[in-house]
Design a protein around this ligand. Structure first.
Ligand SMILES: Nc1ncnc2c1ncn2[C@@H]1O[C@H](COP(=O)(O)OP(=O)(O)OP(=O)(O)O)[C@@H](O)[C@H]1O
Ligand SMILES: [Mg+2]
Length: 629
């Protein structure tokens, strides 16, 4: 119930449209009634024989009131048969036209509302996703997350439409028909409607089942979307290792599971109609038997009996529809549940209350007895304790899996230490606001991350978190229509080019078909590994942060290119603290401080000559390196 209300909150801004749509729906039903019901007595009057002065189609209760008037109308109609008929034809046409238009408006508005609600929910969900911490994304598959924003929200949309359209309309119809039954003969109505409350049980039971099974379907859909996502983004490896058949079979298996999950819903869904019919049959049999008996006893006229049966039969149409609607809504609620599940996720990394903005870091970056575990019980970093000063290059070396990337990932607070703390100029990271912290950190990650956009926009990405990207987007609109040499303010383009030059990237960028305006494809697929790295470095340089993190940032460059980038970086490193992670130890020789990690522990620290003299882990690592000229 709480979830319905929560969903309704999204529909609330559109209540005017919803009301109008429902109003139109009612008008359409009314016009329908007018077009059919009102014509019946008129036609009886038109075509009825001389003797038929009584209009059977009027309820008996009304006849005394209208009796004389009816007769006069009848006479008038007979006198002007043809023109009345023509008038009726036009009238009918007009009513049906208006009804069609009103119907259109009603359907359009309801669709509008459900699509808008879906769009709003998607917006909110996506915004919320971006407020979550990295840990959430590491725990969930991409396909799963994509599926929540797409398929699950689609399911939710169906619930919205049905909720307003049918769930509101059918009860009206039901109440009307029940009232009619009671007007005709209340005892008979009572007897034949005894079965009526029982229809609620299957409706609810089926609804529950469908909701549970609907959740399974959405889960299966998410799994399928993960398989697709992996199979397509990993296509290079799939093809290189000849795993197409395997991937196909993996997909088929998941697809089959999805099909089976859907069929489990279909079984319940298809059952609900017939079950309703059986209950209906019982009600009608009771009415036939009892009604017939009443007719024999003269307590009911045959006409009223037929009318009663007709109304009773049509009563089960809205009930059956309501049951189907409930099934749809429950299916949609499965999506609603999954959507809200994500919305209810709280970021693990949050600002402490009273967190302040971090002033530009000027002096130190200190790790104080930092321990960290991704999951309880498996400690990755143990009691790491060291300090880096402004203007220093801190190199972090150690065997693969030692925890180097993990260590630097604590700086922008992708995760918080499980023990100990990290201080910037003596202030705990957790006491400053996240945006102000991250604004001071530039990062080149171990796997280069680029976006399907132009070179210039990729470099300018994050130039200023608030609108820098939007700014760049306007300037270097992808698609080649806007040239870089076009309206770009010179200083901004100049800064981008400067960063690219420092990253030793300008040369290859200018050779691209459209220079800085070249689109580089999803994840930068149209660039080489080294080119991608240099764009990532240029991005970090352009941000010009007090703290720079280079995690294997030059690993894909040849020795010459690496030396060039290294030189540029050294020039840049003066007024900042730079953390460099590199397997190639030739790149860390100049570091002011080399931190050696082994199995999550800081085992050694010092400069290159000091560590070489100590003949410890660093010495061993260095000895095992292929020595470059
Ligand atoms: N998201 C994660 N969840 C659980 N464990 C993780 C996660 N990421 C890394 N690890 C584990 O943490 C340990 C340290 O990983 P990390 O990436 O920090 O190593 P590294 O020193 O950077 O290695 P490399 O030199 O290969 O990049 C590894 O044993 C790894 O299995
Ligand atoms: Mg690493």
């Amino acid at each position: 119930m709480a979830q319905y209300l929560r969903l309704l909150k999204y529909a609330l801004p559109y209540r005017g449209r919803i009301a109008l749509s429902i109003g139109c729906l009612l008008i359409a039903s009314l016009l329908n009634a007018v077009s059919v019901a009102s014509l019946q007595p008129v036609f009886d009057g038109l075509f009825g024989g001389e003797g038929s002065r009584q209009l059977l189609s009027l309820p008996r209760a009304l006849q005394p009131l209208l009796g004389d008037w009816v007769a006069r109308v009848q006479d008038f109609l007979r006198a002007h048969q043809m023109s009345v008929l023509t008038f009726l034809a036009w009238f009918l046409l007009a009513v049906l036209l208006v009804k069609a238009m009103v119907n259109y408006v009603s359907v359009y508005l309801m669709k509008y509302v459900s699509e808008r609600v879906m769009a709003d929910v998607r917006d909110a969900l996506y915004a919320h996703l971006h407020s979550l911490s990295l840990g959430f994304f590491l725990r969930k598959n991409t396909g799963e997350i994509v599926s929540r924003v797409t398929a699950d929200v689609d399911a939710l949309g169906a619930a919205v439409t049905d909720l307003f359209r049918n769930a509101l309309r059918e009860p009206f119809t039901i109440v009307g028909l029940v009232a009619l039954l009671f007007v005709i003969h209340w005892q008979l109505a009572l007897a034949s409607l005894l079965i009526f409350p029982m229809t609620v049980i299957p409706i609810l039971k089926f609804g529950q089942k469908i909701r549970r099974r609907g959740t399974r379907v959405l889960e299966r859909r998410a799994e399928l979307s993960t398989v697709i996502q992996e199979g397509i983004t990993g296509i290079r490896i799939v093809q290189a290792f000849g795993m197409q058949a395997y991937e196909r079979q993996r997909f088929c298996a998941k697809n089959r599971e999805l099909f089976q999950a859907i069929m489990r819903i279909v079984r319940v869904d298809a059952l609900s109609g017939p079950v309703m019919e059986i209950l209906e049959a019982v009600g009608i049999v009771v009415a036939v038997w009892l009604g017939g008996y009443l007719v024999f006893r003269g307590e009911l006229t045959p006409g009223a009996f037929m009318g009663f049966l007709g109304a009773l039969a049509s009563l089960y149409v809205p009930i059956k529809r309501l049951s189907a609607v409930n099934n749809n809504i429950q299916r949609g609620m499965a999506g609603v549940h999954r959507v809200f599940e994500v919305m209810d996720q709280q970021p693990e990394v949050t600002d402490r209350s009273g967190a302040r903005g971090l002033p530009p870091v000027k002096e130190t970056v200190a790790f104080e007895h930092v321990s960290f575990a991704y999951e309880p019980g498996r400690v990755i970093l143990r009691d790491v304790h060291f300090q880096g000063k402004m203007g220093e290059i801190v190199a972090i070396v150690g065997p693969s899996g030692a925890g180097k990337s993990t260590l630097v990932n604590l700086l922008p607070r992708f995760f918080d230490p499980t023990d100990g703390r990290i201080l910037l100029d003596g202030v705990d990271l957790r006491d400053v606001t996240l945006p102000s912290l991250r604004a001071q950190i530039g990062m080149v990650t171990q796997d280069t991350i680029l976006f399907d956009d132009t070179v210039a926009n990729n470099i300018a990405y994050g130039l200023s978190a608030a609108g820098g990207a939007a700014w760049a987007y306007g300037l270097f609109a992808a698609g080649g229509a806007v040239r870089v040499s076009g309206p770009a303010p010179d200083c901004d383009l100049a800064r981008i080019r400067e960063a690219a030059r420092l990253a030793n990237a300008e040369e290859f960028i200018l050779q691209l078909p459209e220079g800085y305006a070249t689109r580089i494809g999803e994840k930068g697929v149209r660039l080489s590994g080294g080119q991608k790295q240099r764009i990532a470095i240029a991005r970090a340089i352009l941000k010009d942060p007090p703290i720079l993190i280079l995690d294997e940032a030059t690993s894909a460059l040849d020795a010459e290119a690496e030396r060039l980038v290294q030189e540029a970086l050294e020039r840049l490193m003066r007024n900042r603290t730079t953390f460099v992670i590199a397997h190639r130890l030739s790149t860390v020789i100049q570091a002011d401080r080399i931190v050696v990690l082994e199995d999550g522990r800081l085992v050694e620290m010092g400069t290159h000559p000091e560590l070489m003299a100590a003949r410890g882990t660093y010495f061993r690592l260095y000895q095992n390196q292929p020595q470059e000229a």
